[in-house]
Design a protein around this ligand. Structure first.
Ligand code: HEM
Length: 419
């Protein structure tokens, strides 16, 4: 933190609770009513709420500042966050039947107001416990829509190539971790804040949609010296090295939709991939490294170089490929997949079960064109990949991630016009 930052740090006391009479969030929003929430946090939401937020004009100031505004949703490119929850919701049956675009627009405005407030580090409008989402938590929330909105009933245009991922031979998908009409990806630096943000968002969207699944994950993106590092999955592998870097042309081409109503949006695939840690632990280090094609300790290619270097797929030793034919990085490498790339951003999970525990990766992948980029890669891995022996997808879902919003605007505005 710089001296300037310290100057801007508010007194150590927590934000004050809302002054005046408590306002029920449900009553405040009134999806069927005319209250407009969202455009500018707290705008038109009543005096009680305004006093809870505007008087505490606290802007995210610690760590990597994440602005909620911009052409793209900031959560997509936000650095790997320590805690994350990916939350899928289902439309209420009556909402699904009505397929009312105006109601959808109102819901998106409400969510925009919440997301704006959380990312700016203040309680959402009407939050009875605003202390739980104070500045400095580096909260980012990313919102996406499921396939249901692109059916005849809703009639919204889908992003090009936004098709369901077809079944894979190695999949063992469970309904409880699959599908969903809406997704919220909430990231932050601590689980208390992230959990609170999730609870508030789910409560605020309750007149419209109900929780379907909730997947928690964690990631350690910092090294021993406190600097940013790529981070590791639960196999101990450095994971994310070959990702296109945000801010580069390659990233933009890989991730952002270019043109049409979805301009500046993207698509998201979430797959819950169980990892068999006990059998993995039983392998030799050489076997573990062969199955991926990179050094376990450093993440560098087995063909030499440093972590961020590309693997040399042609290199041979004693007549055989150094990076094995079935290794994960060979099978998923753009050179062997028609140049296709994706941007991976998973999080590790471990949950206690009656048998002991289950561990894996909440795999997340962003790409401009889902069926043009992700699906063929997934099919190549499904057909052959040494890692398949220790990894099993048990959940799968796809979402179209809305373009970002500017101050005064709302998520989905380009899609729904001024409903
Ligand atoms: C639990 C499952 C998985 C594990 C443990 C895993 C692990 C890894 C590791 C350690 C790397 C090398 C370092 C890096 O570049 O990030 C890697 C690379 C990669 N993985 Fe995965 N991965 C998994 C699932 C997937 C899935 C489902 C896909 C896509 C369908 C995928 C696509 C890729 C791609 C495209 C690369 C980069 C290849 C390159 O350009 O060198 N991975 N993965």
């Amino acid at each position: 933190m710089t001296e300037q930052d310290l100057d801007r740090t508010p007194p150590s006391t927590s934000p004050r609770p809302p002054a005046g009479p408590a306002v029920g969030r449900r009553g405040l929003i009134g999806y069927v009513g005319s209250a407009v929430v969202g455009a500018g946090v707290g705008a038109a939401t009543g005096a009680a709420v305004a006093s809870a937020t505007a008087s505490d004009e606290v802007v995210q100031r610690v760590g990597e500042t994440l602005s909620p505004y911009g052409r793209h949703q900031a959560g997509v490119t936000a650095p790997m966050q320590a805690c994350s929850e990916t939350v899928a919701l289902d439309l209420l049956p009556a909402v699904a039947r009505a397929a009312d675009r105006d109601a959808l627009a109102r819901m998106l405005r409400v969510l925009t107001g919440d997301i704006e407030a959380f990312m700016l580090g203040r309680g959402a409008p009407g939050d009875p416990t605003p202390w739980l989402s104070s500045a400095g938590a580096d909260v980012a929330v990313t919102l996406g829509l499921g396939h249901t909105f692109f059916t005849d009933a809703w009639g919204l245009p889908a992003p090009g190539g936004f098709e369901p991922v077809p079944p894979m031979e190695h999949d063992r998908l469970q309904e409880r971790w699959s599908g969903g009409d809406l997704v919220l990806v909430v990231g932050g630096r601590d689980a208390t804040t992230v959990g609170h943000v999730v609870r508030r968002l789910v409560a605020d969207v309750a007149p419209f949609a109900t929780l379907r699944w909730r997947q928690q994950g964690s990631w350690n993106g910092f090294g021993a010296d406190g600097g940013r590092v790529t981070g590791r999955n639960l196999f101990g592998q450095v994971d994310g090295s070959a990702n296109p870097a945000p801010g580069t042309d390659l990233f933009d081409r890989t991730v952002w939709i270019n043109g049409g109503a979805w301009q500046h949006g993207t698509t998201l695939v979430v797959r819950r991939i169980r990892m068999d840690l006990p059998t993995w632990d039983g392998l030799t280090r050489a076997e573990q490294e062969q199955s991926v094609g990179r050094d376990l300790a450093t993440g560098a290619p087995l063909t030499g170089g440093a972590e961020l270097d590309d693997v040399d797929l042609q290199a041979r030793r004693d007549g055989a490929y150094v990076v094995a034919a079935g290794s994960h990085v060979r099978r998923s490498h753009p050179d062997l997949n028609g140049g296709r790339r994706i941007f991976r951003k998973g999080a590790n999970y471990e949950v206690l079960t009656e048998e002991g525990s289950e561990a894996g990766l909440v795999f997340a992948s962003y790409q401009a064109n889902l069926s043009g980029q992700f699906t063929p890669l997934q099919q190549a891995i499904d057909a052959e990949d040494l890692l398949n022996e220790w990894t099993t997808a048990i959940g799968s879902a796809e979402f179209a991630v809305l373009p970002g919003f500017e101050k005064g605007g709302w998520l989905g505005q380009s899609l729904l016009g001024d409903s």
